[in-house]
Design a protein. Sequence first.
Length: 228
Amino acid sequence: MKKLKQLFIQYRHGIPLILYGIIYISWFAHLEKTVTRGYHVIHMAVDDYIPFLEGFIIPYVLWFFYVAAVVMFFFFKNKTDYYRACTFLFTGMTVFLIVSTLWPNGHHLRPAVLPRDNIFSDMVSMLWKADTPTNLWPSIHVYNSLGAHFAIIRSREFENKRGLRLCSLILCCSIILSTVFLKQHSMFDVLTAFAMAAVMYLVVYRYDLVVAVRTIRQSRKKAKPQIS
């Protein structure tokens, strides 16, 4: 019993992650079921010039493992960096859910017939069956990829690991490109995700909101009068 208590205390910072995960998945699933018609169509002229390249399904799918791996690494390795990453990711994901709820959106970019028949096209077909072309703005694939990469390059854990930092950059860029080459997102979704990520980068990493909040909390604790 004592060991379980120690484990709970050691890893209790995972509770917000679990709770938010439940809220996000439930909310998003609700949007996917309800936003099926009458949504605002997102489109930019540049979208029509971007080719469909089914091979980019690989980095698109790797996004799920990339973001999860970064969060879990910091969960066990560096609590401060973990809180920074979660603050960045959760804020953007919440903005996305609110936008999708108040301003339902979607696109008509997917080709009616896949231009080639291969294993990658089969994977894309499976993706499209599970993921509707709605609830797209801003792109969470883009935003969270940037968030995961920022978490890596701003952490001391990877300060001298240039190879891993470079791999992260390549994967991040590949995932971002995949969102448009697979016709999952309009360039508008991508650009607005970059804008939101830039703002959150300043808040989380430039001005270090997490450390600032911790400092305030510690100051308040020290300022409390001691009752003898």
